[in-house]
Unconditional design. Structure first.
Length: 168
């Protein structure tokens, strides 16, 4: 697998779920959301060799919004139906400046370190909940512990992360 394909594969695993949920909340069907999400990744793959992505998540979401607008326009050409989508096109780009990027990187490193310091079971429950969007019940079933224990792990992890963030 080429380096660009590996990058897109990693980005797909990292952002597809979030992108799909974002689109599904705005489109009439889950199939439309899946199709537009796939197209956004396809466009990124087509450009990858020529364009170094500094903010791949932003590119994916902006591409998906543009594809949503295009799809909406082709299906609903009446002006009164375009107001909401047209407003989305005019959203400002939120690409961070150099200072913001450095600050965000430092905060991310701080969070990674805080998570790494958690006890293994606590870390596992926290990651499943926050990064896989799993419910307490699902986590409890998979880990073979009570729902209350999952809740305690999540509370402990959040408190630990906040405590380390407060010392920053």
């Amino acid at each position: 697998m080429s380096e660009s394909n590996q990058l897109i594969s990693r980005l797909y695993r990292q952002y597809y779920g979030e992108l799909f949920r974002f689109l599904a909340s705005r489109l009439p069907s889950r199939e439309d959301a899946a199709e537009i999400a796939q197209e956004a990744f396809a466009r990124m793959l087509a450009l990858e060799s020529d364009y170094p992505f500094q903010h791949p998540r932003g590119f994916l979401f902006r591409t998906a919004l543009n594809l949503t607008v295009d799809a909406f326009r082709s299906q609903h050409p009446r002006p009164h139906q375009m107001d909401e989508i047209a407003m989305a096109e005019n959203l400002p780009c939120e690409t961070p400046g150099p200072e913001s990027a450095v600050y965000a990187r430092q905060r991310l490193d701080l969070l990674k370190n805080a998570i790494a310091e958690l006890p293994p079971r606590c870390r596992q429950a926290f990651l499943m909940h926050k990064f896989e969007n799993r419910s307490y019940t699902e986590i409890a079933a998979e880990m073979g512990i009570s729902r209350n224990m999952v809740e305690k792990h999540i509370i402990k992890a959040l408190a630990h992360c906040r405590r380390l963030d407060a010392t920053d």
